[in-house]
Design a protein around this ligand. Structure first.
Ligand SMILES: [Zn+2]
Ligand SMILES: [Zn+2]
Length: 580
């Protein structure tokens, strides 16, 4: 049976559920349920029937349901269904994703317990708050808890650093297949957003069946969740859901543009088309007479609208359309512009690999330099270095520089900013380092004024060149500490201290918006990996991506400088500030 049938059947079932939630007439509800059943049971492909104008031949499908099916087959959406969802409070409708929650139960838990999300439902079930409701026994509650947990996991957000490698593995496995003309991640992954909802891939192909075969039989696919003629979903070994859709080559550019988003960007872009009397959709750009103007490539679509093509990282409706129309898009920093990493840990503190491994990995990446920045002494849990160990490490760094010349190893430190704002080494020790990066690893709960003053005090220390992960957030786990970031930016600009964009996927700190603000107030940034192993040097890509989302250009990124100019910057700044 064709999978498109299942999709349409599900659409009708959902409509029936929403009608039930609205307490509509049971006859209408049953009509949708019956039509749903016949569609899922019939042998013919519903798309064929639609093309032949024979949708109403389906048992239980009259002209009204037939029209809704037709709209969905033509446009991929049903305005009736969307309207119902809005009417019935979207929140309560979300509960219907949990199979054991029918409309009546959804309505009950919503009204009695004020529950409107699947996460709330799961918590209520685990806390046995459902049992008091009429018709809710212990067994049902148990089942709901399990189902809700699964749904919440499925709909939860994940780190870019987890989603992107999974998407890239599929790209790598499929791109050389003869049927695959082009393949790209789409959606928030392509925009390199810090957290991701769904992993979506697009393929341009004239042979969708072959692509579906290849995708659903990939060795990394643990389970095939859905398989259709042009769209399928798999669950990977790591339990990530990946959706792939095949597009006709002629429409690939407009589809890629459409599915990359963001939603706000697309709304604004569509308006630009409308202003010219045109129509933009995932199928292409069309003039008033319906003639296709563009669609094969993204460049073509943007160009036809009078714009330069813009990197996906910019597509957040933050001024990029105006910039593209005025041919004034920023020249974004690129990964290949990075000449070295200024924040890595070795096994001298809490890293995994010895310094020489880190250096060799940096050389293999084509870097000119690497700063070893192990932790300072009071960070006991992370094996922070005593002053004696700092001296020993200095000798090792000197040896490494001889051994690997002309590659340059900088002896650095990630020195703790103590709760008082003092640094974890005295100035005469700090003076020995080639690079001092300061950061907060303790007393995150300080009130805003204290935390801000603590950091400003560290920035005034003449030896500090970089402030690492300036806001201390851990994505999906811990928010920024209370701090006046704007004051920190101003102080950094004034003191000539660079602010880090830390590439650890759960940090990305500064975030994109702060990076953009930093650029606007003239603060230097530095894109680092904060690697704790040689392999993690590659995490710098997430720092660069975050900076790109912040419109950052290479000239404001410290570690795009060649080694000589970097060293000159570090010593000039040091001299000037020590003199002041
Ligand atoms: Zn740190
Ligand atoms: Zn670190």
């Amino acid at each position: 049976m064709a999978r498109r049938n299942e999709e349409l059947s599900l659409l009708l079932e959902n409509i029936a559920k929403l009608l039930a939630l609205k307490s509509e007439s049971p006859f209408r509800i049953r009509a949708y349920e019956e039509a749903a059943r016949s569609i899922s049971a019939m042998a013919e492909d519903i798309e064929d029937l639609h093309r032949a104008g024979r949708l109403t031949d389906i048992a239980g499908v009259g002209s009204s349901i037939g029209a809704k099916l037709g709209e969905y087959l033509d446009t991929g959406r049903s305005s009736y269904y969307e309207g119902l969802k809005r009417e019935v409070s979207v929140e309560a409708a979300d509960l219907l994703d949990v199979p054991s929650i029918g409309p009546a139960r959804a309505k009950l838990v919503h009204e009695r317990l004020g529950i409107s999300t699947v996460a709330e439902l799961e918590r209520a079930a685990r806390e046995h708050r459902l049992q008091g409701l009429p018709g809710f026994g212990e067994k049902l509650e148990d089942r709901i808890a399990r189902e809700a947990a699964r749904v919440a996991q499925r709909t939860g957000r994940m780190l870019l650093g987890m989603a992107l490698p999974a998407a890239e593995e599929v790209v790598r496995l499929l791109r050389d297949r003869p049927a695959v003309l082009e393949i790209n991640p789409a959606g928030s992954i392509r925009r390199m957003k810090e957290t991701i909802g769904d992993i979506d891939l697009l393929v341009a192909s004239n042979r969708p069946g072959e692509v579906m075969d290849a995708f659903t039989t990939l060795p990394i696919a643990r389970e095939v969740l859905a398989r259709g003629p042009t769209r399928s979903s798999i669950l990977t070994r790591d339990n990530l859901q990946i959706d792939l859709r095949v597009i006709k080559p002629d429409e690939y550019g407009s589809a890629l543009q459409y599915f990359t988003g963001s939603k706000d960007h697309n709304i604004a872009l569509r308006q630009v088309a409308i202003n010219r009397g045109w129509k933009l959709s995932e199928y292409g750009l069309f003039d008033a007479a319906g003639k296709r103007l563009a669609g094969r490539t993204e460049e073509e679509v943007y160009r036809a609208l009078g714009m330069d093509w813009m990197p996906p990282e910019l597509r957040e409706s933050r001024g990029e359309l105006e910039a593209a129309l005025g041919h004034q898009l920023p020249d974004l920093v690129a990964l290949k512009a990075v000449r070295g990493d200024l924040h890595v840990h070795s096994d001298w503190s809490d890293g995994y690999d010895p310094p020489e491994r880190m250096v060799e990995a940096a050389i293999a990446r084509g870097y000119q330099y690497l700063a070893l920045t192990d932790h300072s002494r009071s960070l006991g849990v992370a094996g922070g270095l005593s002053i004696e160990r700092v001296r020993q490490q200095r000798r090792l760094v000197d040896q490494l520089n001889q051994r690997y010349a002309p590659f340059r190893v900088l002896h650095g430190t990630e020195v703790d900013i103590l709760p008082s704002g003092d640094l974890d080494y005295p100035d005469d020790v700090l003076a020995q380092f080639d690079l001092v990066a300061a950061s907060v690893h303790s007393a995150f709960g300080q009130p805003r004024e204290r935390m801000t003053e603590r950091i400003l005090r560290a920035l005034r220390n003449p030896y500090v060149a970089v402030l690492s992960h300036p806001t201390g957030r851990l994505l999906l786990r811990r928010p920024e500490y209370e701090v006046d970031v704007e004051a920190v930016l101003q102080a950094a600009a004034q003191q000539g201290v660079a602010l880090e964009v830390d590439g650890q996927p759960d940090r990305l700190d500064l975030n994109d918006l702060w990076a953009r603000r930093a650029r606007d107030v003239g603060v230097l940034l530095v894109c680092n990996s904060d690697a704790h192993s040689a392999r993690q040097l590659e995490l710098v890509r997430y720092a660069v991506a975050t900076a790109r989302r912040g419109w950052v250009e290479p000239r404001t990124v410290l570690n795009t400088l060649p080694i000589k100019r970097l060293l000159a910057h570090l010593s000039r700044r040091g001299r000037k500030r020590r003199a002041a």
